[in-house]
Write a protein that binds this ligand. Structure first.
Ligand SMILES: [Zn+2]
Ligand SMILES: [Zn+2]
Length: 298
């Protein structure tokens, strides 16, 4: 019964292939797994993910949120009091396992560690903090204008570290921000593409209430990212159809929960671009007639 899609645990008929060994599980059984590992071969089901985009995301339009599922935090201090304050639940609420020393970050001889989360392994990027008392976050958000460290003299190291973190990942997630100025992230997409990573694209989230449970998606015209959408579709081509849902479901705070809905969204981006081009070309031919009419008088 190799084509069976029965869940190996509850035997319902919506088992997805979560592991390369072929074992299948349904969403609700996966939710209940004590350790996120295959029930058959015991291999970890966690994928290595890199999240490209602006390092801090918008929160209620006046502060920025630390997304600890998606950022490794780098600190240039040994000050235990500061670290304690930063990690405190009502400040940064950062688990100590997500923190690394700036000296480790600078020393390119050593590989940067990854951070294990419940359902994924975070390879990067890094949020390099400015450890100024006034910049301490409150309730997981920065209200300071300068929460990140000035690393203008170390951009070369930053570039090398980003390349290292991208090469380590299985899945590369690009978040497009509303201002469309995530140029570093767009450059990194090209790196991930040439390294045959699984490519995922999304729009930025704006948290719109204090509990951070409510959020909105920005109003970005995604149609200009139609080639990115195609790259993403192509990158999933090499993955077993039964494993595509697994990829989508392991991305923390992702808008889509299954492959088909995500795929349709990508397709709509491409279609939107085609419709737009069509409109422009109709407009062009109208303008063409106008030009002929107006320029050739006399
Ligand atoms: Zn099941
Ligand atoms: Zn397995």
């Amino acid at each position: 019964m190799s084509n069976s899609i029965l869940c190996n645990i509850c035997e319902c008929e919506i088992g997805l292939k979560w592991c390369s060994c072929g074992s299948k599980m349904c969403g609700s059984c996966v939710e209940k797994l004590e350790k996120f590992e295959c029930v058959n071969c015991r291999k970890s089901l966690k994928k290595q993910i890199y999240f490209a985009g602006k390092i801090l995301t918008n929160y209620m339009n006046y502060s920025r949120n630390i997304d600890i599922d998606r950022r490794i935090v780098i600190l240039d201090t040994q000050d235990e009091k500061y670290i304690e304050d930063l990690c405190y639940k009502k400040n940064g609420d950062i688990p100590i396992s997500s923190l690394f020393k700036f000296t480790e970050f600078l020393n390119l001889k050593n590989k940067l560690p990854v951070v294990e989360h419940e359902k994924h392994i975070l390879t990067g990027p890094c949020l390099i903090l400015n450890e100024d008392e006034d910049s301490l976050p409150q309730h997981g958000c920065f209200y300071s204008c300068f929460p990140t460290k000035d690393i203008s003299t170390r951009v070369s190291i930053l570039n090398k570290r980003n390349m290292e973190m991208i090469k380590k990942c299985d899945i590369f997630v690009l978040t497009i921000n509303e201002e469309l100025d995530c140029f570093c992230a767009m450059k990194e997409w090209g790196v991930a593409l040439s390294n045959n990573k699984i490519l995922v694209i999304e729009e930025e989230i704006n948290y719109i209430d204090d509990s951070m449970a409510t959020y909105d998606y920005s109003n970005i015209d995604m149609s200009e990212f139609y080639t990115f959408a195609q790259d993403s579709l192509d990158s999933f081509e090499n993955i077993d159809v039964l494993m595509r849902d697994d990829i989508i479901k392991t991305i923390p705070k992702f808008k889509f929960h299954d492959w088909i809905t995500y795929k349709c969204w990508l397709q709509s981006i491409i279609n939107e671009k085609t419709t737009k081009e069509q409109t422009y070309s109709d407009l062009d031919s109208d303008l063409g007639e106008y030009h002929i009419g107006s320029y050739h008088i006399g």
